[in-house]
Design a protein around this ligand. Structure first.
Ligand code: MN
Length: 321
């Protein structure tokens, strides 16, 4: 089958979902487009998609949810595939609004979407493609722990997940083109049954020291209001940063703003933080979600702008949650 894949760039779940489809249908690494929730970046992906789409080509979208700012872009791409007599498959496990299900999932040939408490995107993808080999099974167990933030007991698995978290966090600071390329390289290795590429381990090690230092910067930036607290730093793994904020401020919702990528990452123990993320044009799960800070509006290098951002987010949080 001729196919294109649009999958999530940020973590192992998205990358593996793409790699599984790549292996099943013998795709080239350039047939995978790594995307995010950002509208401008998704418009770039659409341009790449438009260059690649051919008659009879199918489209797989994996590990990506949709929000009101990106839904029209996805709709255009889906309709284009259908017009070219291709099929569209969407495998996701993030929270979808009823409106988006109606607008987009209904256009797909197969859509396994919306919040899924049991399976992450790679698991759904493997199931739908009937991939049951040892390599896939083994890796799915790891990606499941990684995506659901389950701490592994096995030390080797812990290091394995840690390498992916550190390296993908590092690659998030690359420019778009370089990040796209290196993520495709990871997918290619995974599709060739190499679970842990050598360059990725090296990059993770190189990044580990920076990660530790930036994590130390976090506590002095934390601001708290009600059940939420927010902190600013960069080059830190998302879960680690949010957990540090939650425990430091003793709150339910930890909000980590990455001053490099302008992304706000939310983690909560009880409250549904995805409501807050969606209100800012982002998305995710009830206890793990994210949204983008407007670069044109704020300069996160400036203290006064960081304060404006924290105030706006904490205010909205106290209104919604
Ligand atoms: Mn995922």
């Amino acid at each position: 089958m001729k196919a294109l894949v649009i999958t999530h760039i940020a973590d192992l779940d998205g990358i593996l979902s793409g790699a599984l489809i790549m292996r099943k249908y013998n795709l080239n690494k350039n047939d995978i487009l790594f995307a995010d929730y950002n509208k401008e970046k998704l418009l770039e992906i659409e341009k790449m998609f438009n260059k690649k789409i051919k008659k009879g080509m199918s489209l797989f979208i994996t590990d990506i949810g949709v929000n009101t700012s990106t839904s029209d872009i996805f709709k255009r791409m889906i309709l284009k595939v259908k017009k070219n007599k291709g099929k569209v498959f969407w495998f996701d496990h993030h929270t979808w609004s009823d409106e988006m299900v109606k607008k987009l999932a209904s256009l797909c040939d197969i859509a396994v979407v919306n919040e899924n408490k049991l399976f992450c995107a790679a698991e759904i993808t493997a199931k739908e493609l009937a991939l049951k080999d040892n390599f896939t099974e083994k890796l799915l167990k790891i990606v499941h722990m990684s995506d659901f933030n389950i701490k592994p007991k096995d030390k080797k698995i812990k290091t394995f997940i840690g390498s992916y978290v550190l390296s993908t966090t590092y690659y998030a600071s690359f420019n778009d083109k370089k990040r796209q390329q290196i993520t495709r390289d990871i997918a290619e290795q995974l599709s060739n049954e190499v679970p842990l590429p050598v360059f990725l381990v090296k990059d993770a090690k190189r990044f580990e020291r920076i990660n530790k230092e930036c994590l130390k910067e976090l506590p002095k930036t934390i601001k708290k209001s009600g059940i939420s607290a927010i902190g600013f730093t960069k080059y830190v793994s998302t879960n680690q940063a949010c957990e540090a904020i939650q425990s430091f401020a003793n709150v339910d919702i930890g909000i980590y703003v990455n001053t490099e990528t302008y992304k706000a990452h939310l983690r909560s123990k009880t409250a549904d933080c995805s409501v807050l993320s969606r209100s800012f044009g982002g998305g995710g799960h009830p206890h793990a979600s994210a949204f983008e800070i407007n670069r044109k509006q704020y300069n996160l290098k400036l203290k006064q702008d960081r304060e404006k951002v924290s105030n706006a987010i904490l205010k909205r949080a106290s209104e919604l949650l």
